[in-house]
Design a protein around this ligand. Structure first.
Ligand SMILES: [Zn+2]
Length: 482
């Protein structure tokens, strides 16, 4: 196989998390009885007039700002004309042009394996409406469901020539983008339900050449993994075609998840003539600097910035930081605990172990549980100052999880404070040694490993309350004496 360089352009569609559709008041939802969320506007009946959804426009502007885009202060909607049964009006309301989309000429920085970042140029972020869905009927033939028609849809397209050069980077781009959309609250990011869809176009060219090769477009990718695998597969497939002295066809290909391979769907002929023109039913959008700046000022901290802060300032591992930021509510919970004086590493450890385990078992989120950040801060402080042992803490946490009582109160009630007093621990050790003379003999004859057994017995006798460090120290001393 000759050496090839790969280029990947990404076209991502995200359904906006608005309550109602783009130009009418029909509800936005997933699934449901076909054609139950429709009206004359989203069915495109003659005479019905659209009214733009302000919330949807604001969501696209926020996304464009988060993706470092320029904002079109005057922006219009266009009609994209084509005939297909899932498009009741015979056109799709969209946005056309280089500097007319709500956001244009931005970028997204993605983390790289060496701890740095790579900048991925964004060509445009625009607003359009979703189509209906064609479905095969059990009785034969096809039907169309317009429940989805007119749902606000945001399209995010990367720059040309593409900056992404392999499947791993494409996956990282999708991961970052999805997290940003969720952090902004503009899309639920559910790829499996189609609320976030991705169509990469892939081309390869010989190493050392500049001219981009013929590209193929991949469809039906419904997970990060399929994005990564699909692109890697296409690179291998195209390389084999070129190595065999043949030409890559410009086509749209589907992805078969089970077989992990792509298949030809249709040849892409010359670019369709959509005859875009400004939509006469919709007034131009105009924004003031003041409005845009207020949106910019209210953007939340974005995932990558959060990740860097957690690893650099809090000293968390990349794994732990990723676990926290993957869910913005979980990250906020963590930060609240840290703001209340919790030690970041201890809080994170408890969150990702006992707390996460208990929540998972009940399918609950942190907000539904009786544990508040204050509980965890108090618990970790009780451990840090030696009041309770780590073992007792697990029991206290479980009790707090069940009852909602504060850890300090639970410790007082049970008297489970840690014993750190030599004079209280010594008698327990003496008793254990007296009860296990044969073990002591074995230790003295050089079998050091039996010490663990003795420690275990002592901890058991003290109901887990003896400080392990002191137990070890005193046990060594006493073993010398016997
Ligand atoms: Zn409607």
């Amino acid at each position: 196989m000759a050496n090839y360089v790969c280029s990947v352009g990404m076209e991502v569609h995200a359904e906006l998390a608005t309550k109602s559709k783009m130009f009418c008041r029909c509800q936005v939802a997933f699934g449901g009885e076909p054609n139950t969320r429709t009206c004359p506007v989203c069915l495109g009946l003659p005479g019905a007039l659209p009214v733009p959804n302000r919330a949807a426009i604001e969501m696209v502007l926020k996304t464009a700002l988060a993706l470092n885009c320029k904002i079109a202060m005057n922006s219009i909607f266009h009609r994209k004309n084509y005939f297909y049964p899932d498009l009741p009006k015979g056109y799709q309301v969209s946005q056309y042009g280089e500097e007319n989309p709500l956001g244009y000429h931005g970028y997204l920085d993605i983390p790289t394996a060496d701890g740095g970042t790579k900048r991925i140029g964004i060509r445009r972020v625009h607003l359009e409406e979703d189509t209906g869905k064609l479905m095969h009927l059990p009785t034969g033939g096809s039907g169309v469901d317009y429940n989805r028609a007119g749902t606000p849809l945001m399209e995010i397209v990367t720059d040309f020539p593409p900056d992404i050069s392999n499947g791993d980077e494409a996956k990282e781009y999708m991961t970052q983008l999805r997290q940003i959309l969720i952090y902004l609250g503009v899309c639920d990011g559910k790829m499996e339900e189609g609320s976030m869809r991705c169509e990469p176009n892939i081309s390869i060219r010989a190493f050392g050449t500049d001219e981009l090769g013929t590209k193929t477009e991949l469809k039906n990718l419904n997970s990060f993994r399929s994005v990564q695998m699909g692109i890697a597969f296409e690179v291998r497939r195209q390389a084999a075609v070129l190595d065999a002295g043949e030409k890559v066809l410009q086509e749209t290909r589907g992805w078969n998840e089970q077989r992990e391979s792509s298949f030809a769907m249709r040849l892409k002929e010359a670019e369709n003539d959509y005859r875009y023109f400004p939509c006469p039913d919709l007034v131009p959008m105009q924004f003031t600097e003041e409005y845009i700046e207020s949106l910019r000022a209210n953007l939340p901290e974005l995932p990558l910035a959060k990740f860097r802060r957690y690893t650099d300032d809090y000293g968390l591992s990349e794994y732990d930081a990723n676990l926290l930021i993957s869910d913005v509510k979980w990250a906020n919970w963590f930060e609240e605990a840290v703001n209340q004086g919790g030690d970041p590493k201890s809080i994170c450890n408890w969150m990702s172990s006992d707390f996460a385990k208990m929540l998972n078992e009940e399918g609950k989120s942190a907000a539904d549980s009786k544990i508040t950040p204050k509980h965890l801060v108090e618990l970790t402080k009780l451990i840090a100052d030696g009041t309770i042992s780590g073992k007792i803490a697990k029991k206290v946490f479980a009790d707090a999880y069940q009852t909602g009582k504060m850890p300090g109160d639970l410790v007082k009630e049970s008297g489970a404070t840690q014993i750190t007093d030599d004079s209280a621990i010594k008698p327990i050790i003496v008793e254990v040694l007296a009860a296990n003379p044969e073990v002591v003999e074995r230790y003295k004859s050089g079998q050091q490993s039996v010490k663990g057994f003795l420690v275990g017995q002592i901890m058991k006798q003290s109901q887990g309350r003896a400080n392990p460090g002191i137990v070890n120290k005193l046990l060594d001393e006493l073993l010398q004496e016997v």
